[in-house]
Design a binder for this molecule. Sequence first.
Ligand code: SF4
Length: 325
Amino acid sequence: MQADLQTSKPRLRVMLCAPRGFCAGVVRAIDAVERALELYGPPVYVRHEIVHNKYVVEGLKRKGAVFVEELEEVPPGNAPVIFSAHGVPKSVPAEAALRNMFAIDATCPLVTKVHREAEVHHRKGRDILLIGHARHPEVIGTMGQLPEGAVTLIETAEDARTIVPRNPDNLAYVTQTTLSLDDTAEMVEILRARFPNMAAPHKEDICYATTNRQEAVKHVAPGVDAMVVVGAPNSSNSQRLREAAERAGCGLAVLVQRASELDWQRFSNITSLGVTAGASAPEILVEELLDAFAERFELEVETVTAAQENVFFPLPRALRPDAAE
Ligand code: SF4
C-alpha cells in the first residue's frame, strides 16, 4: 500500500544550497545564552531576540531565557543580561553599567568590526555614510556607536544619488553586514562616482555568511521552478536570499519560518526546487521542510556548494571556562 503511494508521487529534483543556515555569529550567540544558563541558572535575560528566529527563541525560553526589548524590563538582581548578535548602541552597555547589571555582549565580532571602523573614521574627522535598512537592530546599534548626526543612513540608490554631505571630501562608508551584495555594490558605485575620496572598509562589511549564502542561491535559482528560503520575516539576510532567488530568475521564491506555512497549491506543478536557509535558521527546520516535500513528492536531493566555511568565534570572555572559574 505504502509502496503504491510512493510510486504515485511526482518526482521533484531538490537542489540544496550550501552553505545555508547558521553562521558563526549565530552559533556563538546561541551558545552564549546556553552557557550562561548552565553557569548561572535561569533566568538569563536577553535583550532583543538573540537571533532572528522564533524556533530558536522559543527553545531558549523553555530553558529559562527571558527575552526583553529594553533593560528597564529586567528586574534588579545578579542575573546575566545578554545583548543579541545584532549589536547595541553604546547607550545600552552604559545603562547596564550604571545599573550594575551583569552584562554579556554577544554581538557578532563581524558587527563589532563595523562599529570599530565607524569609530576610527569619526576620530579622523570623517562623516560616515552607513548603507543599511532603517530600524534594523544592527543599524540602530551601528548608528548608536557615535554621537547623533555623525552617521547618515543610505537605504537606496536614490539616497546615494541625492545625499548632500557636509564635507564631500572627508567621507567614509560602512555597511550593514547582511545586505544584498548587488544592491550594495550599486550604491557604493554611485557614491564613489560622486565622492572619489570617500574612504572604504579595508575588508567588505557584508559578512562571509551573507556573501556565501547569496552566492549559493545565485547558482541554484536560475535552474529551478521554485525556491524556498527557511528564515524569519525580520531576518535581513533571509529576506535578501529570497530577493536574490527572484532576481536570479526563479519564478516562485518564498520565505517561510516553518514548513507548515507553505501554500502547497503554489508548488503543485513544480519539478525542481531550490532550498536554503538564512543565517539564523537551524538545520532542523530545513529537514522539516524536506520531510514535508517528501510527503508529496519523490525527492532526488543534490547539494550545490558555493563555498566552504570554517569560521568559528569563541564565546564572549565572561563565558569562557577560564573566566567562569
Ligand atoms: S550573519 Fe554575518 S554578521 Fe550576522 S551574525 Fe552571522 S556572521 Fe555575524
